[in-house]
Design a protein around this ligand. Structure first.
Ligand code: 13P
Length: 259
């Protein structure tokens, strides 16, 4: 059985001083209870990455680091953008690709999502492909089809080495930052279909995360439901205690399964 993955997407929060503080707090919590079944990752803003990777390395904090976005090209005249080689050089492991906030607010189309995932994984970054439906899509019953289309357009054409670098995060847009968590049957239905579509594209053992108002109170029931490999956490990842409680919920669930 694989390990769970709990990832904190800080979005546009925490400057580099706050970032270092939070990572140090996580380091203290991790040394008081080492987690054997959970991989932990934080996804800070670009300007925090150098400080965060430095503190992770120097204080041996058991977590990996991701970026929230990357440009598909390696270099060039793209003011304000960051490339995969730049991230690799900083010791970044992961990159979120196609978060709904990028899709909605920055016009990231399915085509650009596919190009970005192609390029990031070609350059050795582990891509967390974010998919999920808007409220009106779910209300009209088209959520499974919409998410399947997002998956196919992003995953088709990856080679085997690239496919191994992919994690999928299901984040229903209506659950992000709203306090409305998807119900466990909704999560199970979608997770199962994500695995079927992924398998049809030769991604047999892909990790599937859930994101959308995950917090210390609901994490255990979500992960215990059984179809998830972990979480992509927004708001609750900004405080060490709440993020750690989510990591522990995943640990408790996975250590129970391992017995
Ligand atoms: P919240 O946990 O704040 O709902 O955010 C989820 C998310 O978008 C993580 O990428």
């Amino acid at each position: 059985m694989g390990r769970a993955l709990v990832m904190g997407n800080w979005k546009m929060n925490l400057d580099y001083v706050e970032a270092v503080h939070l990572v140090q707090q996580l380091g203290v919590l991790a040394s008081s209870r080492p987690l054997e079944h959970v991989d932990i990752a934080v996804v800070p803003p670009f300007v925090d990455l150098r400080s965060v990777t430095s503190v992770v390395e120097s204080e041996r904090v058991p977590l990996t680091v991701g970026a929230q976005h990357v440009h598909p090209l390696e270099s060039g005249a793209h003011t304000g953008e960051i490339s995969a080689p730049m991230l690799r050089r900083l010791g970044v492991t992961w990159v979120l690709v196609g978060h709904s906030e990028r899709r909605q607010m920055y016009a990231m189309t399915d085509e650009v999502v596919a190009q970005t995932l192609q390029s990031a994984t070609r350059q050795g970054l582990a891509g967390v492909l974010c998919v999920g439906e808007a409220l009106e899509v779910r209300e009209s019953g088209r959520h499974l089809g919409v998410v399947a289309d997002q998956l196919r357009s992003a995953l088709e054409g990856l080679n085997e080495a690239q496919r191994e670098l992919v994690t999928i995060a299901y984040e229903p847009i209506w659950a992000i930052g709203t306090g409305l968590t998807a119900a466990t049957p909704q999560v199970r239905e979608m997770t199962e279909q994500i695995r079927v579509v992924a398998q049809s594209l030769s991604l047999a053992d892909v990790r599937v995360l859930y994101g959308g108002s995950v917090n210390a109170d609901n994490a255990a029931s979500l992960v215990n439901e059984g179809s998830l490999d972990g979480f992509l956490v927004g708001g609750a990842s900004l405080k060490a205690e709440s993020f750690w409680a989510i990591c522990e919920a995943a640990e408790d669930c996975y250590s129970g399964r391992a017995k």
